[in-house]
Design a protein around this ligand. Structure first.
Ligand SMILES: Cc1cc2nc3c(=O)[nH]c(=O)nc-3n(C[C@H](O)[C@H](O)[C@H](O)COP(=O)(O)OP(=O)(O)OC[C@H]3O[C@@H](n4cnc5c(N)ncnc54)[C@H](O)[C@@H]3O)c2cc1C
Length: 526
């Protein structure tokens, strides 16, 4: 990718900045060729990756190097976009929101600094990937389980900092963070929670502080660079029991949610329950053309045939219990009795005991996998997807209304419908996977139009997205509009106070510093 300079920075000044960065991180760790820029582009960009170009990347190896780079970025006015491993596929990968921003690649900081099997936590640097931590725990035979996202190529901290979601009892990943170390936009270094006291032993255990706790000020945020963090891990259970139901009809999701939510809220179910629709299974079996070779969304008649051919329900519910065998059985009995009121078919039951092999593809057991990437291949070509991800209250009323609304809008744009709900307690996240061939301009234009329509209609109905692609951060932040965008005003005041030069991730989540506020998009029009 050709060079896009940071706004208001001359080529000469840009090169001076890169030289200065090189003085800190060493030769070879400032990456600024066209090929380097390609490596930091959005692999799944809905359109040209040149819409979100990084000018370069700089890869520090220590906290002190991060601090020095941040100070230099202030001096040269070259904005930085921190990434831990930059695998944020579907949301922009490692590409920055503002063209010409320099990626601050923290992948070299990849030490597992501490792990404690008694208290169930570890302390990680940002470059530690899910596979790294898994391998470490397995080799050490540590009785600790992880929680992983569907595609686990990325960083444990990067995912948690972006409010990532997994499918175990520890599935709300940002809630597992306890005690961050953060480089502030001026290069100062601070620790959140009890870590504010030098040498405090409870830093990664007590989730608050003395006075306000700033931990979540640094998640989905552009107010600091997280250089290490404590993360709670699940004690490995002695046994586990998985119940699987295929749920026949689309409208059944209403009773499913009304049945599961009270059990989740009361603690009978402790995991995040992932409920994918049928396409979530079919995308792993082949490409679209293997099942339907016509353009446009697959018709309902063909969907029904596929469900019969592959013996699938419209939805699949999998609930896993963790703990001692007798408690798992007792909990499972409560759930089975509740399901029997709506469905005659009993669940498939799969029991697991400590010492049994772990399935290589089971996110409910915290095993990292990249199998889910297969769905990127559904439409063929350079396949990709975006996820439209609103949060809804966990009741049939809200879930059914959301399902009908998004289904109607997606059908009106003639796109295959792949929805899932992840029940996390009082709310569910509704991920709608929108798949496209990046090299098909008609498909890309259609997906962009569809995404705008989904954001607008969903917000008008009273729901917002929990996370979104770079190109839609401004439109989504526009929908958070209480009292004339009071939250945005606060975000901007804090941003300007901490980051007067606007050098950390300008535009992330729609938060623009004064220096670059003119870059905010007024919303996608195409
Ligand atoms: C098929 C498929 C399935 C997926 N399933 C899931 C899923 O189930 N759940 C889920 O959560 N995601 C899912 N994803 C999305 C994504 O792949 C993961 O969330 C992935 O873990 C994010 O990449 P990363 O961990 O490398 O984070 P990064 O890309 O490193 O970080 C994400 C963002 O967080 C911020 N950030 C990162 N590190 C820092 C730091 N140290 N300091 C300050 N800010 C920082 C940056 O803005 C960065 O852009 C899926 C993607 C695909 C393609």
């Amino acid at each position: 990718m050709k060079l896009t300079l940071p706004p208001r920075v001359s080529l000469e000044r840009f090169h001076q900045a890169l030289n200065a960065f090189e003085g800190v991180v060493g030769k070879g760790w400032v990456l600024a060729t066209d090929e380097d820029r390609d490596a930091y582009a959005d692999l799944y960009a809905p359109g040209s990756e040149a819409e979100w170009p990084a000018a370069a990347a700089v890869a520090p190896a220590s906290v002190e190097e991060v601090r020095a780079v941040v100070r230099l970025a202030n001096e040269f006015k070259t904005p930085l976009w921190p990434t831990s491993r930059g695998k944020n596929l579907g949301y922009g990968a490692s590409a920055p929101r503002m063209p010409g921003t320099i990626v601050l690649d923290l992948g070299r900081m990849s030490r597992i600094l501490e792990w404690d099997t008694d208290l169930g936590y570890c302390v990680l640097e940002p470059g530690v990937g899910f596979f790294d931590l898994y391998e470490h725990l397995q080799r050490a035979q540590a009785p600790l389980w992880m929680s992983v996202p569907g595609n686990a190529w990325g960083s444990v901290l990067g995912n948690a900092l972006d409010h990532g979601i997994g499918y175990t009892p520890y599935g709300l990943h940002s809630r597992n963070l306890c005690g961050l170390e953060v480089v502030l936009p001026d290069g100062d270094l601070m620790r959140t929670g009890m870590g504010a006291m030098d040498g405090n032993h409870s830093w990664h255990l007590f989730p608050s502080s003395f006075g306000p706790d700033w931990t979540h000020m640094f998640t989905q945020s552009n107010l600091g660079v997280v250089t290490k963090a404590g993360l709670w891990l699940q004690p490995a259970p002695e046994a586990s029991l998985l119940l699987t139901w295929d749920i026949p009809r689309e409208e059944d999701i209403g009773w499913v949610i009304d049945t599961l939510a009270p059990l989740k809220i009361s603690g009978v179910i402790d995991q995040n329950v992932f409920i994918p629709s049928w396409l979530g299974k079919i995308v792993l079996l082949g490409q679209r053309r293997d099942f339907w070779d016509q353009p446009g969304a697959m018709p309902d008649s063909r969907v029904q045939e596929l469900l019969r051919e592959h013996r699938l329900g419209y939805w699949q519910v999998q609930v896993r219990f963790y703990g001692s065998e007798s408690v798992n059985r007792a909990r499972a009995d409560i759930l089975k009795a509740a399901f029997r009121r709506h469905l005659d078919a009993p669940p498939q039951e799969t029991a697991w005991q400590a010492g049994d092999p772990l399935s290589q593809y089971d996110v409910t057991m915290g095993v990292p996998s990249a199998v889910a990437l297969q769905m990127g291949d559904w439409v063929g070509g350079r396949g990709a997807h975006m996820g439209f991800s609103p949060v809804v209250p966990a009741t049939s009323k809200h879930v059914m209304a959301q399902l009908r609304r998004s289904r109607e809008i997606i059908a009106a744009h003639d796109v295959d419908f792949y929805a899932s709900f992840t029940l996390s307690g009082r709310f569910a996240t509704n991920i709608n996977m929108l798949m496209y061939d990046r090299d098909n301009p008609r498909q890309v234009a259609n997906i962009r139009k569809l995404f705008n329509a989904l954001i607008g209609e969903t917000a008008r109905a009273g729901y917002g997205e929990y996370r979104t692609h770079l190109g839609w951060m401004d439109p989504v932040s526009d929908t958070f509009d209480f009292n004339g965008h009071a939250q945005r005003r606060l975000n901007e005041r804090v941003k300007d106070a901490l980051d007067p030069n606007g050098i950390l991730a300008p535009g992330k989540q729609g938060v623009w510093p004064k220096a670059f506020r003119a870059s905010r998009s007024g919303g996608e029009k195409t």
